[in-house]
Structure formats: C-alpha cells, structure tokens
Design a protein. Structure first.
Ligand SMILES: [Zn+2]
Length: 332
C-alpha cells in the first residue's frame, strides 16, 4: 500500500480506520458485537466527540437508563490490550495504532518513528514488541520442513556477536585481514578457538523462502539436534558443513550430506545451495545485528522471528495487509 493511500484513505479519520479494520475482519461490526453486558440490549453505533473535537465511534446501549458504552476495539486483544485487572493499556486511537503498525511493517527504526510520530520511545517500543510477537507466533506455527533432493534443507550456525565460525572473510566487511591460508591445521585451530567463544549463536535452517533462525546458547549437539528434530520432517535431505554436532543425522533417519562450503565458494556448479544460506545470513546479520546491541535473549529471538516473517511474506502484494491478516490469525 502506498503511503498516500494509507494516509488519505485508511487513517483519514477514526471512522475510516474502523471501517478499514472491519473490512479486514479485525474488529466486530455492530451486528456481530456482543449485546450490552448490563441489560442485554443490542448495541448501537454512536459517534462521540472527544476532547480534541474529533468524532470517535463507540458502541452504546440504546436502552433508556442504561446507555452503557463500549469501545469498538473490544473483542480484539491486539487493538484492545487489557491487563489482568481488565485495565486498558493503550490510549492511542485506531489511526495512531495503524500508523505505528504501518511504520513497523516498513521496517522504520524505532528512533525515527519516535521523531516522525511524536510518540514516546516507550509507546513505540511497546507497539513494536507487540508487532514482533505477532511475527513470532506466525513463524512458530509453520509445519516441519520437508527437505528433498531437489530442494534440500540447509543448516548452518553463525555467531552473531562477531566473526564467523570459519575464516570466510567475505562474510563480513573489513574481515579480510583475518583471511587464513586455508590449511587444515589452521582451520582446526580456528574452529577449536571459536567453539569456546560464548554466543549468541544463531542456528539457521533454510529451504527456499522458508528460513528459520534460532538463538542458541551453545552450538553443540544437545542444543542443535532437538531443533533439527522439531523443524525437519523425518527422512529430509539436509545439507550442512562438517560441524561435528551433525555427525549422527544419517543414523537418525535424515539424508545428510556434508557440503564443503569452501569448495562451493569457488565451484559455481555446486555452489548454488550454500550460496543461498550465506546470502540470507548476511541479510539477517546486517538487519538484526544493528538493533541488537545489549538486548536479552527473548528480544533477540523476536528480532530473528521478525526477519524470518519478512522473508516468509516477501512475495506478498501488500505487506501491510498481510501483517494485519496475521494479526487476525493470532488475535481473532
Ligand atoms: Zn444496556
């Protein structure tokens, strides 16, 4: 959706925003709304003028002496987020919420959003967290990957905090000074050194536009194998490098092939498979790492989920509408 259309049509007024959300089945229409919780009458739509003089749509009980009002957002916990005491946590109007979602989907950094909208850093942060939670739920509900010979699952590990596992200097800008002579002894020494380094590590599985990244404390077998079992269907074709954690994959029923990535790098005939995950790593790293300085595990994972969601929906004709459809899937 173009910016112009978004501002002129979707969020021109609160009523326009409400109509848009109803059109996409994110909020109840007045016909679908529950009856008045006090007297059971059918609710009606009313326009209520707020302090700023703007009309806001509300639902109101028409019965004389009752006239209970209710927010049109009720019934959707994303737009009407209440805590355990039933206290509403968001004082933003629908237009303001939709604007934050629109900017989130465009991947505008939070600091820029604060400047553009005049909202507090906390408000923007809260809404970005809510949006990333939607991504988390959506990506965690994908079925198992089924790796075939024509379309194998590629797995790889990457230490996000710094240099790559091996001296693949081209992965990172400015890393060329660390290029090794590539000898086995040098590789072995490097690997043993890097294995001791604390994370965060990210374990990745990729098959076409389905990519899944997981924050892991360690890159050992006890950590990676349960993830592979959870994400990959039995008998799947899996390609990886020679990382020792993968040694038993064939015995577990997978069709595991070790792809020598260094060779692939120079061999265009076989290089295509590993190239894909390498590129995707670089994208993930540049996108996610930028925002990740000093954040905790859960938040880090949510940024990875956001990245995977974007890859998952990259062919969508309208990412904003796709996101709202995912909100509906999670909250309705
Ligand atoms: Zn009533």
């Amino acid at each position: 959706m173009l910016l112009k259309e978004f501002y002129r049509r979707v969020i021109l007024t609160e009523e326009a925003a409400l109509a848009f959300l109803r059109e996409h089945d994110l909020l109840d229409t007045v016909q679908d709304a529950d009856p008045c919780h006090k007297c059971g009458s059918v609710m009606r739509e009313k326009r209520k003028r707020n302090r700023g003089g703007e009309f806001k749509p509300v639902l109101r009980c028409p019965r004389r002496g009752c006239q209970t009002t209710r927010s049109v957002r009720k019934g959707n916990q994303f737009f009407h987020y209440t805590d355990m005491n039933n206290k509403l946590h968001c004082n933003l109007g629908l237009c303001e919420i939709l604007e934050l979602i629109f900017l989130f989907v465009l991947d505008i950094p939070m600091s820029t959003v604060t400047t553009l909208t005049g909202k507090s850093a906390k408000t923007v942060n809260d809404w970005y967290n809510m949006c990333r939670e939607v991504c988390t739920v959506i990506v965690s509900h994908r079925g198992k990957m089924v790796g075939t010979t024509a379309n194998p699952i590629q797995i790889d590990e990457l230490r996000f905090a710094g240099r790559r596992k091996y001296n693949r200097g081209r992965m990172l800008n400015g890393d060329s000074a660390h290029l090794s002579d590539g000898s086995d002894a040098e590789q072995e020494k490097k690997r043993n050194h890097d294995r001791k380094i604390a994370g965060p590590w990210v374990f990745g599985l990729k098959q076409g536009s389905d990519c899944r990244y997981f924050w892991v404390e360690l890159c050992d077998r006890d950590t990676l194998i349960p993830i592979i079992e959870r994400e990959c269907a039995d008998g799947s074709v899996i390609h990886s490098d020679e990382w020792p954690a993968y040694i038993n994959l064939n015995a577990m029923g997978y069709q595991h092939t070790i792809v020598n990535q260094q060779q692939c790098d120079v061999d265009p005939a076989t290089g295509a498979h590993t190239e894909a995950i390498e590129r995707s790593w670089l994208d993930a790293k540049t996108t996610v790492l930028k925002r990740m300085r000093g954040v905790g595990h859960q938040l880090f994972q949510s940024h990875l989920d956001h990245f995977c969601w974007k890859v998952m929906r990259k062919d969508s004709s309208d990412l904003f509408v796709s996101f709202l459809e995912d909100v509906r899937g999670v909250y309705r």
